[in-house]
Design a protein around this ligand. Structure first.
Ligand code: DON
Length: 565
């Protein structure tokens, strides 16, 4: 079956829908946060209200990635059919310089970009949520923040999953003085199952945010304490960074694909360009005919994603740093030239993709949530501290700081040696945002109705995860549950392997790929998708990835009983 793809990057008005009311739905990686979102919908909030409330709730109940001290991407399809991309990603502090993470001898001090105060970018989460509310919110701001306050103040109950997660990070928490008093008992052990875990400092911060909006993260005591802690810890955050931070509305990318429109994020997200390029490369390959598990499908998908990663790493960064336009990367003539030599039976080694540096290692903690409401609006939001607990330093206000600075090309000198443009496009520059793999998408059907809301954590595997869920649902015709749960694989440009989850590639399939020259590697979990899909009968189906322990809820029309999936 032919995949037809055309691309337009102008921010666009969608169809003004005269559509029947839809069900509201929420999917996130943490059940209390999902319940908060559902409650806001039931109170008459719109999808944006619910998403803001989920974001704050995750900062309490999913502290590995949920955050006040990080940033992310908030993609909106509103009830009037308009589409928006709100970028609340962190920026490099004003004092940042391209050699920030280099030692005196010019070698890279990778650790300093990943752990400790120096690794932290200026957080965008609170200004971002504030801007979302100013622009699209319906319920009062306070009503959206207070559920998170209650979860922090009164505590939330630690279940077996939470305990397991906390045990995995016990050593990190033990080293952080404030965090250890919150997350661990007096003996430095994780609290037992059933404990009501309270976070008083965070509750205090949330109360101030509920009452004063974004102001506490702009100036005043909290910012002063934070800047002092940063200085004491060798960081470079300054009061003006918080005052000057701006969340940004950016162009929504609209990828026309198989009669649908995929709404995706433009740079500093690599999501829209990646999906546009990968889907274009797959044009003309009969994926549906071959089937989901056919060696040719796997091989050609790897070829497509390796090419798209090559361009991502070479060309993309903060839009202000980029030397090429998004349009030029999606130009049909250029895309045709990228497809040349692509075969479903021949492995292309990285050397033939061009010389691009290996993307930095991105660890497994970010989170995505999806929300729809009964008026046809949707929010697809991916938010992150980057690494597990970000820089692993806790602000005096009781929340972790990101280590998003590690998403920059931290060693411009070395990057230049392999690829000058990449280095310039994603160098550490004061005020700029690091390139991101976060890829929230919303899919609209021909009538402009929301057909799917999809996203995932996983560093570079976010891109291949979202692509595979799209293909699973819309090419292979899988059910929502299967589209999300089906085992996944990942290939970027370097390293050259196809990495696969257990059960994804049979030994016969692996041996076929091996014969075609494709290096293969087994790995564990890829991604954690929280998604919403429209079913044929018009009902919405929310799905939380079985790889994690999130929750998905659908609210039937007219606010009757909430259905858990
Ligand atoms: O923005 C990015 O691309 C990374 N900071 C995302 C990191 C991530 O997804 C970690 N994973 N689970």
């Amino acid at each position: 079956m032919l995949l037809s793809l055309c691309l337009a990057t102008a921010p666009a008005l969608g169809l003004a829908p005269s559509l029947p009311p839809q069900q509201g739905a929420v999917a996130s990686s943490q059940p209390d946060a999902t319940a908060v979102g559902a409650a806001i919908l039931e109170q008459g909030g719109n999808a944006i209200d619910a998403a803001i409330a989920v974001h704050f709730a995750l900062a309490v109940t999913y502290p590995y990635a949920g955050n006040l001290g990080g940033g992310g991407f908030f993609l909106v399809h509103d009830a009037d059919g308009q589409d928006w991309f709100l970028d609340f990603r962190e920026t490099a502090p004003a004092a940042a310089t391209p050699d920030l993470y280099l030692r005196e001898d010019g070698s890279l001090d990778a650790q300093s970009a990943q752990r400790g105060w120096k690794a932290a970018g200026v957080p965008g989460a609170v200004p971002g949520m504030w801007m979302a509310h100013q622009k699209w919110g319906k319920l009062p701001w306070r009503q959206l923040v207070m559920p998170a306050y209650s979860l922090a103040k009164q505590g939330f109950r630690l279940d077996a999953h939470e305990i397991r997660r906390l045990r995995m990070v016990q050593d990190i928490l033990a080293e952080e003085p404030l965090a250890s008093t919150i997350f661990l008992d007096a003996d430095g052990q994780v609290w037992p199952i059933g404990t009501l875990m309270r976070q008083p400092q965070l509750a205090e911060t949330l109360l101030r945010i509920a009452e004063e909006g974004e102001a506490p993260l702009r100036e005043g005591k909290l910012v002063e304490d934070l800047v002092a802690a940063s200085r004491a810890g060798g960081g470079i955050l300054a009061a003006e960074d918080f005052r000057e931070y701006r969340a940004q509305l950016r162009p929504v990318m609209r990828l026309l694909w198989r009669g649908r429109t995929i709404l995706a994020a433009s740079p500093p997200s690599s999501g829209g360009v990646f999906l546009g390029q990968a889907l274009s490369s797959l044009q003309g390959f009969p994926l549906a005919l071959w089937g989901w598990n056919h060696p040719r499908s796997v091989q050609v998908l790897g070829e497509a994603t390796a090419r798209a990663f090559h361009d991502r790493n070479r060309w993309l960064g903060d839009p202000a740093s980029m030397e090429v336009t998004v349009d030029s990367l999606l130009d049909p003539g250029y895309l045709a030239s990228r497809r040349r030599g692509m075969s479903s039976q021949i492995y292309t080694p990285p050397s033939r993709l061009g010389e691009a540096p290996t993307p930095g290692h991105e660890s497994a903690q970010t989170t995505h949530f999806s929300v729809t409401d009964e008026h046809g609006a949707a929010v697809s939001c991916t938010t992150t501290l980057n690494g597990l607990f970000g820089a692993k330093v806790m602000a005096p206000g009781g929340f972790f700081l990101n280590n998003e600075m590690d998403d920059f090309a931290a060693q411009p000198g070395q990057a230049n040696q392999y690829d000058l443009v990449q280095s310039a496009a994603n160098a550490v520059i004061a005020g700029r945002r690091p390139l991101s793999s976060m890829c929230p998408v919303i899919v609209l059907d021909e009538e402009g109705q929301v057909d799917a809301v999809i996203g995932s954590p996983g560093g570079p595997t976010i891109l291949t995860t979202v692509l595979q869920v799209l293909l699973n649902r819309f090419v292979y015709g899988m059910s929502p549950e299967r589209a999300v749960s089906a085992p996944r694989f990942h290939r970027q440009d370097l390293p050259p392997h196809v990495q696969f989850e257990p059960n994804r590639l049979s030994s016969a399939l692996r041996s076929q790929l091996g014969q075609w020259g494709q290096p293969i590697e087994r790995r564990n979990v890829i991604g954690d998708v929280n998604a919403i899909f429209r079913l044929r009968n018009g009902d919405m189906k929310a799905v939380a990835d079985p790889r994690s322990h999130g929750a998905a809820l659908v609210i039937p029309r007219a606010g009757s009983e909430v259905l858990a999936d």
